[in-house]
Write a protein that binds this ligand. Structure first.
Ligand code: ADP
Ligand code: MG
Length: 736
């Protein structure tokens, strides 16, 4: 018989019947598929999976002692026959959980009642539903495994296998109705017994120096630990393995980028950059100077820069990017700035031109000698304007071309594209970056990615592993802090009136206000059952405010369904101070810069994510005036929505908030869902919790790749890398 490995057909290890069950339930084909079906949790006696984390409909397993059990005969309305309901209550930690069983026959009902008598300890598995009346979780017809009989007479008869269960740490698996955790456990056991060997992607010396288990031992200990230490060792080893394979991919990408050629852009004395610096109306912050130097060094190198510039909204990333662009222009090249939305692209073009003044009026009357030009290229441009912008890009007359996705179109060409700046990276994928960099021709351009959504270091390292990271940690001086408060409508409804008063006061002082709604309104679908109040919509809220609480103020709307020229006009009017209150959707989320805006009221704030709220409120308090952000919500106390809002109100530290965000999303979103992680094995690693592991794995991987870039001496690692690269996870690594 051929040796059973992770690549063997599942049927060869566990038999055709079981293999088919797993193929049907999960689509598994190989032994590896099954053994990478990792336990969801582990329980030992007296422990349970945590009830507070349950979701309705989730399959769950508990080990618990029965505290009461009562049989309730009733007449089945459909059949007219007697039937029996058994209501059993078990204690799970401090909480109680109901188990409900239905039996048609008297004798089975009695047998069950007897089996599940108070004092008995069992393991129960089933679908969890929330019992609204009793206010507790219930499992209807759970599978039952008696671990300890209450009755002393039968206790002695507990089989040896049952005893083992009593002491062991047991794996609890993600299960389905047909394939329970126990069936999975049993099949995994057989597969492990028949498994001859497992190839380990982690080189021996890397593993040994860290005292980790090899892949085979780790799998065994993960599924069938003898002790809690055993399980922990397995997790540690497998997490390192995952991190190591992922970091090997990233290390190879970095090495490949570093090997590419690029035109060094060294600028020149007395060029645009020097002249721009000389006339800057403010001093650069220490961070801006430091990052700026770093970038100028990168640009002068003979291989392409790939740098991520992180910084809070308002931390002055744009100035840093502009200085880099000027250096490239001074070296005869051009820069493209890719923005995620039309509004942002326009705003960038406008503010770059304003910052540059006559330096951006090259070839125009009154323009500086050797000045350059800023061209704008978006989807909504008229044919003539578009043609002009494209000409300026192709001829090199425009040193800076700002645009949306329209920049990526094939027809758009550059004379000499030397730098690509991507604003708000998270909206662009790697292919889009690639489509733009391809416009530089044979020699790839330098790339600077800017994001205002701060990412914890390890996430950045994992998700943007091919980018070097710089961070602007401080805000420019004179920036007033933003004060944020939650307005909990369920508990303090009168605070909303107070909020509108506050808006009036602020407008009275000559300032401006944003009101943000989660939807546009109008013909959009509303909650069907009429139970819930529909979410605030721009088209309803704006007229309501201007005829009610904000009567007499100049209130206007802004949302994505408005024609581009209309949107542009509203934004311009708001920027010019001709609108007091702008009621909008999140179209204002990124980058919009109106220094005179001091208050933002976010309606149904729980509808927005943490990062989004943080970004949104960054729109106020930009002009040295203190900002105020009111988070209006109908969320209830002690819900995760309220927690999120409180966190946003409590801190303006973007890194802290992005941690909260990731924790709340449980990171599945970062590294892919359990399902998509199956084949590649990026399953156990948590980018927040496993910071040390990731940093360690990155170092180890970088060393391995440096010594052997093609991984010729590490065939197993090379294969694992290929698998991960081909999986969806690789997309996550690059795109998230
Ligand atoms: P970001 O793009 O990081 O959100 P911006 O570059 O748009 O931030 O800067 C926000 C505002 O602060 C702009 O009006 C900009 O001119 C101004 N600014 C940038 N750097 C400084 C500085 N060092 N001192 C004072 N103001 C600055
Ligand atoms: Mg910006």
């Amino acid at each position: 018989m051929p040796a059973i490995t992770m690549e063997s057909k599942l049927s060869a290890a566990v038999g055709g019947k079981a293999a088919k069950a797993f193929a049907d339930a999960f689509g598994y084909e190989t032994v590896g598929d099954l053994l990478r079906h990792y336990p969801r949790s582990w329980i030992g006696r007296g422990e349970t999976s945590d009830l507070s984390e349950l979701q309705p409909g989730e399959h769950t397993t508990v080990i618990a002692r029965i505290v009461s059990s009562g049989q309730h005969p009733y007449r089945d309305r459909r059949t007219g026959q007697m039937a029996y309901r058994l209501e059993t209550v078990v204690e799970v930690g401090d909480a109680k959980l109901s188990l409900t069983f239905f039996d048609k026959k008297r004798h089975t009902a009695d047998w069950r009642h007897n089996l599940l008598s108070p004092g008995t300890v069992g393991m129960f598995e089933g679908r969890a539903d929330w019992d609204r009346y009793k206010k507790r979780w219930q499992l209807v017809h759970p599978q039952t495994d008696i671990l300890e009989q209450a009755d002393a007479l039968t206790a002695g008869a507990v089989a040896e296998e049952e005893r083992r269960k009593l002491n062991a740490v047991r794996a609890i698996y993600p299960a389905t109705k047909k394939l329970s955790s126990w069936k999975i456990e049993g099949t995994v056991k057989i597969a492990l017994e028949n498994l001859d060997s497992v190839e380990d992607p982690v080189p021996d010396d890397v593993r040994r120096s860290r005292g980790l288990l090899d892949a085979h031992a780790a799998l065994r200990a993960l599924h069938r630990p003898d002790s809690w230490q055993d399980k922990t060792a397995a997790l540690t080893s497998l997490r390192f393995q995952e991190a190591f394979v992922a970091q090997t991919i990233l290390a190879r990408n970095r090495a490949a980028l570093a090997a590419l050629p690029a035109h060094p852009r060294t600028g020149r004395e007395g060029g645009l950059l020097d002249r721009f610096d000389a006339r800057l109306p403010f001093d650069l912050t220490a961070g801006q100077r430091e990052v700026g130097e770093q970038i100028l060094d990168d640009l002068a190198a003979g291989h392409p820069m790939h740098r991520l510039l992180q910084g809070e909204v308002g931390s002055g990333k744009t100035v840093v990017a502009l200085r880099a662009m000027l250096r490239v222009i001074d070296s005869g090249g051009q820069a493209a700035l890719l923005a995620p939305t039309e509004v942002l692209a326009q705003q960038h073009a406008r503010s770059l031109a304003a910052m540059l003044g006559d330096l951006a009026q090259g070839g125009m009357l009154g323009g500086a000698d050797d000045g350059t030009r800023v061209a704008l290229l978006t989807g909504s441009l008229g044919a003539a304007a578009r043609k002009g912008a494209m000409l300026d890009a192709a001829s090199g007359a425009a040193g800076i071309v700002v645009g949306t996705h329209a920049l990526l179109e094939e027809r758009v060409q550059f004379a000499d594209l030397g730098l690509v700046v991507v604003d708000e990276q998270h909206r662009f994928g790697v292919e889009q970056r690639a489509a733009l960099t391809a416009k530089a021709g044979e020699v790839p351009p330098h790339v600077l990615v800017m994001t205002a959504t701060p990412i914890p270091r390890t996430v950045a390292m994992t998700v943007f592993g091919d980018l070097e990271t710089s961070t602007l940690a401080e805000l420019p001086a004179g920036r007033a802090p933003i004060q944020s408060s939650v307005v909990p409508l369920r508990y303090q409804p009168q605070w909303l009136d107070r909020a509108w008063e506050r808006v009036r006061e602020e407008v009275g002082k000559g300032h401006q206000v944003y009101v943000v709604c989660p939807r546009i309104g109008g013909d959009e679908k509303e909650p069907a059952d009429g139970e819930e109040v529909p979410l605030a919509g721009v088209e309803e809220v704006a007229p309501l405010l201007s005829s009610g609480a904000l009567h007499g103020l100049r209130v206007e709307m802004l949302h994505g369904r408005m024609p581009a020229d209309h949107k542009d006009r509203v934004m311009r009017d708001f920027a010019a101070g001709e609108i007091d209150v702008l009621v909008s959707t999140t179209v204002i989320e990124v980058g919009v810069d109106v220094a005179n805006a001091t208050v933002m009221v976010i309606l149904d704030a729980e509808r927005f994510g943490v990062s989004q709220l943080h970004q949104l409120r960054g729109r106020v308090g930009r002009g040295g005036l203190p900002g105020l952000c009111l988070l209006v919500t109908r969320a209830e106390q002690e819900t995760s929505a309220m927690e999120r809002l409180s966190a946003v109100a409590a801190t303006t530290d973007g890194f802290e908030l992005s941690r909260v965000d990731l924790e709340q999303r449980r990171e599945g979103d970062v590294l892919g869902s359990a399902q998509s992680g199956r084949r590649s094995g990026l399953r156990l690693l948590s980018v927040l919790r496993d910071e040390d592991v990731i940093v360690d794995a990155r170092e180890a991987a970088t060393e391995v790749v440096a010594a052997d870039p093609d991984l010729a001496t590490h065939p197993v690692l090379a294969a694992a890398v290929r698998r991960l690269d081909e999986s969806e996870q690789a997309d996550y690594l690059e795109k998230a």
